[in-house]
Design a binder for this molecule. Structure first.
Ligand code: PLP
Length: 394
């Protein structure tokens, strides 16, 4: 089996599994309990917090554990929005190709009276800092722009966007779920006020993540209850999951440069191979993208059929994101970069992992070529294109 859907989730590393299973068996106390077994859990929790903070250049007190990336996004945005409401600053800037955890939160805020500006994304899948600057107003409380897109993998100039926000005294949040553990990130150097991350995107467990909130930035809790996480996130902490997240993040960070160099090589080989398919195109900038991300459109086919036939060949990939597959709407990300519906429907995302070899990449190239040709063989759209009844776009 070739697993090429690492943007949807990653396999846990052996070290992370080891941390988690050991703690499940040995340190199952409640970190809020005062007896020794509880305090042992508390120590594990605080050590994980220190380790995670160190990787992103934060201080431990600036890390709040959550149930994952979605919760971190919700909490970050809602916190600043709540502050903005109190200050009469009810304008938020974001982009049209954010993850739904961000977009749906913003939609809800819009219904609650906020004004939301969604910046257009350029054809290459990038946002320009000058456009962020131009959109900032007196009543803007928050800019939220993702570090790396989960579908097309483009990496945004967040350091520059952060600098613009700082100069204009507007809070800057970034959904860095696809970036943490994969590309260099430092909250101080990158001018980040809030950052969301999720363990299962860097070989940690599902259902656990964290939110970085710079000291002095308003943080409110979404979940009411006990005083865990300095009162900012109630609920008994998922100690084994959090510790496994720290293990996975330290490991990903230690191997980051080696892995990125290797994945970039695989990625570019795959891109070159797939570009040989007529009427195909890479989505998103070729260089400003995550090391393991390849996203293509093939004219005249349906992404869903492509996926099923690739699955038959032992290749697991995705069209659009895991969240939108299962719905018939084309990806909002591909529409945001200007792909028309027909073309956006024929998309394929391959998100590579370090376990793949060059032979695997060549097998993927051969298989995609075969499957695309096969599907075009009985596609009515392809027939119309070939007959000149419809214009090729790609
Ligand atoms: C996966 C993902 C999320 C959601 O994270 P969960 O931990 O699954 O809630 C949010 N944003 C991006 C960019 C993602 O890729």
């Amino acid at each position: 089996m070739i697993y090429a859907d690492n943007a949807a989730t990653t396999k846990m590393s052996e070290a992370a599994v080891h941390t988690m299973t050991t703690l499940l068996q040995e340190v199952w106390g409640n970190p809020s309990s005062l007896y020794v077994h509880g305090q042992k859990a508390k120590e594990v929790l605080e050590q994980a917090r220190e380790e995670i903070a160190a990787v992103i250049g934060a201080s431990p007190r600036e890390i709040t554990f959550t149930s994952g990336g979605s919760e971190a996004d919700n909490q970050a945005i809602r916190s600043v929005a709540e502050w903005g409401r109190l200050k009469g600053k009810m304008h938020i800037i974001s982009t049209a190709f954010e993850h739904h955890a961000v977009l749906h939160t913003l939609n809800r805020l819009k219904r609650e009276g906020f004004e939301i500006t969604l910046l257009d994304v350029h054809e290459n899948g990038l946002i320009r800092p000058a456009e962020v600057e131009a959109a900032i107003r007196e009543d803007t409380c928050l800019v939220t722009v993702m570090t790396a897109n989960n579908e097309i993998g483009t990496v945004q100039p967040i350091r520059e966007i952060g600098a613009v926000c700082r100069a204009k005294k507007v809070f800057f949040h970034t959904d860095a779920v696809q970036a943490v553990g994969h590309i260099p990130l430092n909250v101080a150097d990158d001018n980040i006020d809030m950052l969301s991350a999720s363990a299962h995107k860097f070989h940690g467990p599902k259902g656990v993540g964290f939110l970085y909130v710079r000291k002095g930035v308003p943080l409110f809790n979404l979940i009411e209850g006990g005083a865990q996480e300095r009162g900012k996130r109630a609920g008994t902490e998922n100690v084994p999951g959090i510790a496994a997240m720290a293990t996975a993040l330290k490991e990903a960070d230690a191997k980051r440069e080696t892995n990125a160099a290797y994945l970039t090589k695989l990625r570019d080989r795959l891109i070159r191979g797939l570009l040989e398919i007529p009427h195909s195109a890479l989505n998103g900038d070729a260089a400003c993208r995550l090391p393991g991300n390849v996203n293509f459109c093939f004219e005249g086919i349906e992404g869903e059929s492509l996926l099923l036939l690739l699955d038959d060949k032992g290749i697991q990939a995705s069209s659009g994101s895991a969240c939108t597959s299962g719905s018939l709407d084309p990806s909002h990300v591909l529409l945001a970069i200007g792909r028309v519906h027909d073309v956006a429907h024929g998309s394929l995302r391959l998100s590579l992992g370090e376990d793949l070899s060059e032979e695997d990449i060549d097998y993927i190239i051969r298989s995609v070529k075969e499957v695309v040709a096969y599907l075009r063989g009985f596609s009515p759209i392809w027939r119309d294109l070939m007959a000149g009844k419809k214009q090729f776009i790609l």
